[in-house]
Write a protein that binds this ligand. Structure first.
Ligand code: NAD
Ligand code: DAU
Length: 341
């Protein structure tokens, strides 16, 4: 297969490209704008592979997308590119709508024009919004997104599905739960807490910390996307859950235990506005269709992740310099006073 991957310099996209290039894939084109979250260091181990090509570009730039599609004629597009952070989407919603909605629209149009044989749209369980216990969302659960980020993802999912219904564009949509693992930008819960713990800094827990997320190791997510790419039915949605629901406090407590740091570093801060209380997914449809199940337990995945951050402090320090400092100050400094709650 020859694949065009958007957002391949980010956390999950780069794990997906590393996975592809360990297989017999024919060619991989990584189309990425290199925003604050895109980092070519994540792909250092594959950059010399003759099957790999990087194109710096914005998915909103239809002329460039069409040019690359015409040059390469890929068998499929796997679309990861997005503004992916909920807190940033609350502080500044505009880039989220530009990339996640307009960007997805321009990519779908280009795919339609160039008759791309398959389009995997990578989405999220956040589109279902907060789910009351004991329910789990299957793929027919209503969409009730809470944040600008999740609303933009819900909108782009529906747009992608409408291209299947209306234009017969061969679209498949995936909705995954919270990923974690190496190379995740330290704005997300797990890498932020690991990195702060290693520096003996306070670990900011939003509200009471009893919000529940379902944790999925990034390589398990990438294997699921590959399974959907190869065996998913067109026009369908597939949930991808980690089978590991935990409250945030418990996740942070385990990080402190594994890093040998005291629980006194946990600090309660003003809650995220519109914070979803609980996500819970059923991935039965995917398992039935492809046989996929998550392979990496949370215990094992968290150990591997902490080990990676401990041994890649140069990467961490580089991504935490510059823009990250401004973001951290905007989101956390005097949180009570600054956020519109
Ligand atoms: P990330 O923020 O780490 O990476 C996003 C990548 O997209 C970056 O390389 C960035 O440069 C690129 N990008 C952003 N805007 C672009 C544009 N306009 N044109 C081209 N490239 C652009 O994100 P991630 O955590 O790897 O998430 C990847 C995808 O998976 C997203 O669509 C996200 O919604 C989805 N997802 C993420 C999670 C999670 O827990 N991280 C869970 C489920 C679904
Ligand atoms: O569920 C899938 C989604 O998971 C993806 O679609 C998103 O791209 C990804 O960012 C993630 O969204 P969350 O908002 O769930 O992830 P985040 O890591 O930002 O937060 C996880 C939980 O931890 C959430 O309840 C908020 C809380 N939190 C987060 C941060 C950064 C804190 O308590 N303190 C923090 O400093």
């Amino acid at each position: 297969m020859k694949l065009l991957v958007t957002g391949g310099a980010g956390f999950i996209g780069s794990a997906f490209i590393r996975l592809l290039l360990r297989s017999s894939v024919k060619r991989v084109i990584n189309f990425d704008k290199l925003t604050y979250a895109g980092n070519l260091e994540n792909l250092a181990e594959v950059s010399d592979d003759s099957r790999y090509r990087f194109v710096r570009g914005d998915i909103c730039d239809s002329a460039l997308v069409i040019q690359v599609l015409e040059e390469e004629r890929p068998d499929a597009i796997v679309h990861f590119a997005a503004e992916s952070h909920v807190d940033r989407s609350i502080l500044s919603p505009e880039p989220v709508f530009e990339t996640n909605l307009r960007g997805t629209f321009s990519l779908l149009e280009a795919a339609r024009m160039c008759k791309v044989p398959r389009f995997v749209h990578v989405s999220t369980d956040e589109v279902y919004g907060s789910i009351e216990p004991p329910h789990e969302a299957d793929e027919n659960y209503p969409l009730r997104p809470s944040s600008p980020y999740s609303a933009s993802k819900a909108g782009s999912d529906l747009l992608a599905l409408s291209y299947f219904t209306t234009y017969k564009l061969p679209v498949v949509v995936t909705r995954a739960s919270n990923n974690y693992g190496p190379y995740q930008f330290p704005e997300k819960l797990i890498p932020l807490m690991i990195s702060n713990a290693l520096e003996d800094k306070p670990l900011p827990i939003y509200g009471d910390g009893m919000q529940v997320r379902d944790w999925l190791y990034v390589d398990d997510h990438c294997r699921a996307i590959l399974a959907v790419l190869e065996r998913g039915a067109l026009g369908e949605v597939y949930n991808i859950g980690g089978n590991c629901s935990l409250p945030n406090r418990e996740v942070v407590r385990r990080i402190l235990q594994l890093t040998g740091k005291p629980e006194s570093l946990m600090t309660s801060v003003t809650d995220r506005p519109g914070h979803d209380r609980r996500y819970a997914l059923s991935s039965e449809k995917l398992t039935r269709a492809t046989g996929w199940t998550p392979q990496v337990s949370f215990e094992e995945g968290l150990k591997r992740t902490i080990e990676w951050y401990c041994t890649h402090q140069d990467w961490v320090q580089r991504v935490k310099s510059g823009e990250y400092q401004n973001y951290y100050a905007r989101n956390y400094d005097r949180r009570d006073a600054e956020l519109p709650i």
